[in-house]
Design a protein around this ligand. Structure first.
Ligand SMILES: [Fe+2]
Length: 191
């Protein structure tokens, strides 16, 4: 499916067609990232084990719901702008620039270490998209700002489990999901 070829000949009033296309392209990347995130959060919800199981298992479902809502709002903004929101699994895999989440059954803190890195990547990209909409579309920017506030709060929920009393994160310096999971659990080979 070629979304650009199927784009509608209209967009929201007051936006140049070229600017609308740029916003649609930005939002399509964010839609892929949000769809990937809510699936990943459910994967963790299902695979977390250990003494903190129920706390983390139950912490994640409201995040899944909120991120699914963000994906829905983002997709509908793309449609309102005249674009074609693409939400199929194959399109996500083909377009994504990040690694698939590769931690299976693991202790809660190991999953939270990996999730910290997942949130960092998504939030950095969301912020770049937010800044890029400065001169393009402030309505889209407002939507992205609202999403960022929630996403940053969710990352704080995750990080609070990884933080020492001195304020250091156990995942500091990790570059891969397994590295972050290992550092968080104090077992470099974990996961
Ligand atoms: Fe469940």
């Amino acid at each position: 499916m070629n979304a650009k070829q199927q784009a509608a000949p209209y967009t929201v009033p007051g936006i140049e067609a070229g600017d609308a296309r740029k916003v649609v392209d930005l939002l399509q990347e964010r839609l892929h990232a949000l769809n990937d995130l809510h699936l990943t959060l459910k994967h963790v919800h299902w695979n977390v084990v250990g003494p903190h199981f129920i706390a983390v298992h139950e912490m994640l479902d409201p995040q899944v719901d909120a991120v699914r809502e963000m994906a829905d709002t983002t997709a509908e903004r793309i449609a309102a702008l005249g674009g074609v929101p693409v939400g199929t699994p194959g399109a996500i895999v083909a377009a994504r620039t990040w690694d698939d989440y590769d931690v299976g059954r693991a202790d809660a803190v190991a999953h939270l270490g990996a999730l910290d890195l997942v949130y960092t990547g998504l939030i950095e990209d969301h912020r770049r998209a937010m800044k890029a909409t400065d001169d393009l579309d402030l309505v889209t920017q407002d939507m992205l700002i609202g999403q960022l506030a929630r996403l940053e709060q969710f990352q704080w929920f995750v990080r609070a489990h990884l933080e020492s009393g001195g304020g250091r994160l156990s995942t500091e310096g990790a570059h891969t999901l397994r590295e972050a999971a290992g550092r968080a659990s104090g077992e470099p080979e974990t996961a």
